[in-house]
Design a protein around this ligand. Sequence first.
Ligand code: KG4
Ligand code: ZN
Length: 375
Amino acid sequence: MAADEPLVLGIETSCDETGVGIVHGTTLLADAVASSVDTHARFGGVVPEIASRAHLEAMVPTIERALKTAGISAKDLDGIAVTAGPGLAGALLVGVSAAKAYAYALGKPLYGVNHLASHICVDQLEHGKLPEPTMALLVSGGHSSLLLSSDITSDVRPMGATIDDAAGEAFDKIARVLDLGFPGGPVIDRLAKEGDPKAIAFPRGLSGSRDPAYDFSFSGLKTAVARWIEAKRAAGEDVPVRDVAASFQEAVVDVLTRKAVRACKDEGVDHLMIGGGVAANSRLRALAQERCERAGIRLRVPRPGLCTDNGAMVAALGAEMVARNRPASDLELSADSSLPVTDPHVPGAQGHGHAHGHSHDHDHVHEVSKENLYS
Ligand code: KG4
Ligand code: ZN
């Protein structure tokens, strides 16, 4: 750990976890998370207003806990990084406001960063500097994308994304149909270990020869699984929960890994990273490992605690911004619920020579798919 490496605090509030991480270069010093997931569980999904309120209550104690764990004083920091988007508008606002207040009070530079780029950059804390280029498969309750990055602070190119449900959302919805509770991923993962992945042939979305090579679709699969379960129930038969879980999971991870490996091969990229909450899935990890080995691709998957939303990933990207002399954000930084994946960070007006502005409306509240769990 070089003494001159940047010491950065990162704040993440895009969904239901209040995360505060502290990073020194690529070394993780603290990763404090307060989750409101239990509060949302009885509603079967994240309720944005409840998430915002929980962030507000958890913010200062979580920052203090992180500083204490890292054994540093806030005045030692080289910068404050925060998720500027994408995510739930009200939830993002709490983190951005807190980051601005700390940056202003301490006289430290502020870095508004992209949630998706942070999910990729976090792997530096576990496996060292990201190879350039790196292909990234990001799979969570809110996103499923294939991204190609040659520099995580400035160049993230979307290769493909889900055209309907996110991968994690599919896990959550199927778990709900099976009455397994929320979030669904971990319990389906567990039950699938005792089931037969070949028991039921569920459809592989967008896998035909004329389909887009790198896009995903999970809504047809979700409907097929739900219909299959309904038919069993209507016939008065027992639903083989473990086989359904294993066969459903296999359909999801088969498509994810096949497309990710294909994108690497097509682009001549020999490193694949997988991040986001679904990257915790044991079968996804195993199948990705198997297919990457066969294709001569090096696989990088952070440990599960760093795959789900956390503050360390934001601090990791913030530290990389400082290390590469990227311009800081203005104190007028605003949360952007639909920040494009192509913007790894939101530089200030001086930094880029022009004011930051997207063609879309900043006040527009993007429908984050987690909000649509009721559908
Ligand atoms: O990244 P994350 O914590 O939050 C966002 O959605 O941004 O991801 C949460 C999602 C949930 O949909 C959850 O069901 C899924 O990740 N998940 C899993 C597993 N653990 C969490 N999905 C499949 N297998 C798992 N072991
Ligand atoms: Zn996320």
